[in-house]
Design a protein around this ligand. Structure first.
Ligand code: PEP
Ligand code: MN
Length: 356
């Protein structure tokens, strides 16, 4: 069956890769929702996710606050302007989500695996114009995934997308859910207009896998990312090990290299443009750093301090060296850069000290 697809057309969101959706696994309290949403919005994230109904493997875990949490998401929308997204698994969820103005719905992996549940959802979506993202089923079955898309699409949902969150396997090695990239790649081949989001949180199941999975997804042409972010990840009520703070998410997004799918090795203008923008930002940051350094120089002058404070210098070199090597930069390179920055800083402070 052909899918009748239209662009997601999310209000206020440019269709520029990656479209980022971020927020906690679960909406735990109004305070947690707001303390996560505000910094995300400040970092420029435009779509907030939070699970309100949580499918749990075993009973007894936190199953979500349900309807009670929907006004918290409304508040996020009102106070930050972000769009809000949540998971629906039953027609009643759809009805409530619509009642509270949820902008984007997603269907969870466990639900996609069940054609009865998907059909019920499809029937409840008939006549509603809302974007729906369908997560891959827990098992690596492309036809089951496509079947769910066909059911939802047949109900008149044309603003359709998918979320690739990986596939469950008995033999868990590195990943919580194996990426099996060939499956979303085949989906892209069949339906080039279908937007693909990658969910590195549920795929990796671990914080340290989020950055490399985001990069891999972008390199394979994903349109967006949906990442679990929490104001206090260690204290999260669900999926704590895979949630990151809004600050770490921003850091990861800043480091992403977005390759244009149509760029060949002969046509690297897009990438050069990105480099130019980054170099520009580097100079601006350096200038700002020097300005602050001159203020410190002024302070040292007024308090009769020496320009060179050895322990501080050692601390800077050490801290940035470690940070750099975590990002794959050779420590000798980081050392050279910071030695140069520091020596210019010292020169500018000396100038201030020696001013009459
Ligand atoms: C979720 O997004 O929090 C979730 C439950 O994901 P999945 O359906 O992929 O397991
Ligand atoms: Mn989760």
């Amino acid at each position: 069956m052909e899918l009748n697809l239209q662009p997601l057309n999310l209000p206020g969101i440019e269709p520029v890769r990656p479209i980022v959706i971020a927020g906690p696994c679960s909406a735990e309290s109004e305070e947690q929702v707001m303390s996560t949403a505000k910094p995300l919005a400040d970092y420029g994230i435009k779509i907030f996710r939070a699970g309100v109904w949580k499918p749990r493997t075993k009973p007894g875990g936190f199953e979500g606050h349900g309807e009670k949490a929907l006004p918290w998401l409304q508040r996020v929308k009102k106070e930050t302007g972000m769009l809000i997204a949540t998971e629906v698994a039953t027609p009643q969820h759809v009805e409530l989500a619509m009642k509270y103005g949820i902008d984007i719905l997603w269907i969870g992996a466990r639900t996609t695996a069940n054609p009865f549940a998907v059909q019920e959802l499809a029937d409840s979506l008939r006549g509603i114009d809302v974007p729906v993202l369908v997560k891959n089923p827990v098992n690596p079955d492309l036809e089951l995934w496509v079947g769910a898309l066909e059911r939802i699409n047949s109900a008149g949902i044309t603003r359709l997308g998918v979320i690739h969150r990986g596939f469950s396997s008995y033999d868990k090695k590195i990943y919580r859910n194996l990426p099996m990239w060939q499956i979303p790649i085949e989906l892209r081949r069949r339906y080039p207009a279908l937007p693909i989001f990658c969910d590195p949180s549920h795929m990796g199941g671990r914080r340290d896998l989020i950055a490399p999975l985001c990069q891999q997804a972008m390199d394979l042409g994903a349109d967006g990312l949906i990442v679990e972010a929490h104001c206090d990840p260690d204290k999260a009520w669900s999926d704590a090990s895979q949630q990151i703070t809004p600050g770490v998410l921003d850091f990861i997004l800043q480091l992403l290299v977005i390759r244009d799918e149509t760029v060949t090795t002969e046509n690297i203008t897009g990438l050069r443009h990105q480099i130019d923008e980054i170099d520009n930002a580097l100079i601006e940051l350096l200038a700002k750093r020097m300005r602050i350094s001159r203020e410190i120089g002024q302070y040292k002058k007024e308090h009769d301090m020496t320009v060179l404070q050895t322990h501080r210098y050692a601390e800077i070199i050490e801290k940035r060296g470690v940070q750099g090597s975590l990002c794959g930069i050779d420590p000798s390179c980081t050392k050279q850069i910071f030695e140069s920055i520091h020596s210019e800083s010292v020169r500018q402070q000396m100038e201030i000290l020696n001013q009459k």
